[in-house]
Ligand binder design. Sequence first.
Ligand code: IPD
Length: 277
Amino acid sequence: AGGPWEECFEAAVQLALRAGQIIRKALSEEKRVSTKTSAADLVTETDHLVEGLIISELQKRFPSHRFIAEESAAAGAKCVLTPSPTWIVDPIDGTCNFVHRFPTVAVSIGFAVNQELEFGVIYHCTEERLYTGRRGRGAFCNGQRLRVSGETDISKALVLTEIGPKRDPATLKLFLSNMERLLHAKAHGVRVIGSSTLALCHLASGAADAYYQFGLHCWDLAAATVIIREAGGIVMDTSGGPLDLMSCRVVAAGTREMATLIAQALQTINYGRDDEK
Ligand code: IPD
């Protein structure tokens, strides 16, 4: 038996693969690029096209379900997570990479019921890697089980982060000083790959030991959170408390010790909340 949300999970996988095909093809073509909240916050017609496809297909099959999605939110739709079955969609995570043809671009589809994340599907479009996680059933990449690293020591850690959209001097100063703190703590490296969801998938697969970011959104976090938890990892708030999907900030790691150490090292960058925009 596949469980109550089997049909939804299968639909998410099929749509992620279909979206991935569209994105792969569009990657090498001319793009029309616009900006959103800042000069570094980009959107293309492919973001809109793919989001429209995913939502309209899901709406046809599951008419009572709700949606939170990046470009709909940018157009003014509210991000509220109610107890109803809710799809949380990022049509292209890594839009800036997509625009530059930097081949680290993903589709992310998360699903929550009763405000609890049930499954996540993230498709690395160019490497054709499908990451999935289902609550209580493990996390996989192209059928192979994922397992986080067991590292507890920052001085042995490879740490991932993303810059976030703000570029004002105060934000940049905090961003760089957070990175400096981890380098002072002798982290082996700090990487910025341009896609929150794929960075979180690397964490889930044990290819990195920790991830932190200020300025990401619920659609960057929803699917990846299930995948990391099912791979044995920890996803928490940067305060050290429980994760708040709408808080625009996160620390994740293979171990609670690592996540706590990273959280303690960070200064907060305030990005507001997704559910208050
Ligand atoms: C963004 C990317 C970026 C990260 C942002 C995300 P988008 O997603 O993952 O690397 O810094 O926080 O919102 O806009 O390309 O879907």
